[in-house]
Design a protein around this ligand. Structure first.
Ligand code: FNR
Length: 178
């Protein structure tokens, strides 16, 4: 089976990005198994002084989970025209340790706005490039007007969005199978 680590960039209880991430996972073929990373809120602020052997356990845990995953799926909102600080903070911990190198990765941003969090999406890609993640084919999806496309039950009601997510999953599956 293909193991994918799923990361939501939102800590919000009723996050549309977390709901969308779960809905996307629901579209995946059976040979893909997903683990939701739930440590984003517990990671310490990145500080190179703490990045030492026997550093923070939560950082070790993140690195372990990334190492064990064949691929990564990120779904994030945009805050202040950028990547949420918590998500950027997590990636900052990975710059030195390298778990993202050649890791098949797909990136979704979703927003109630007509732009779909495009600036966070672009900024996240810059960081992922820097840490040498492999962005998979069809693995860049921006979803505007998310509130109109995902219902209260967490079902994606927009067929174009579903198609884009299917293609993203296919790209991720193929890259992880190589
Ligand atoms: C936002 N939101 C937002 N949206 C956007 O497209 N670009 C932005 O720069 C921002 N900035 C921003 C700042 C703050 C302080 C808040 C509270 C919100 C709106 C954001 O996309 C919306 O709240 C989403 O619902 C957040 O994602 P989750 O938590 O639903 O996944």
């Amino acid at each position: 089976k293909i193991k994918v680590l799923a990361i939501s960039g939102s800590l919000r209880q009723k996050s549309s990005n977390t709901a969308l991430l779960k809905a996307t996972i629901g579209l995946a073929p059976e040979n893909m198994v997903f683990t939701m990373y739930n440590g984003l809120g517990e990671l310490p602020h990145f500080n190179p002084d703490l990045d030492v052997e026997d550093g923070p356990a939560s950082v070790k845990e993140l690195r372990e989970q990334l190492k064990e995953a064949d691929g990564v799926l990120i779904c994030t909102p945009e805050y202040g025209n950028g990547v949420p600080g918590t998500l950027k903070n997590a990636l900052d911990w990975i710059v030195s340790s390298g778990e993202f190198v050649n890791k098949p990765t797909a990136v979704i941003s979703a927003s109630p706005s007509p732009m779909g969090g495009n600036l966070a999406h672009a900024s996240l890609l810059l960081t992922l490039q820097m840490i040498n993640a492999e962005i998979v084919e069809n693995g860049k999806v921006i979803i505007p007007h998310i509130t109109l496309k995902l219902n209260q039950e967490g079902v994606i009601t927009d067929s174009e969005t579903r198609q884009e997510l299917h293609a993203l999953l296919q790209g991720l599956e193929q890259a992880c199978s190589r």
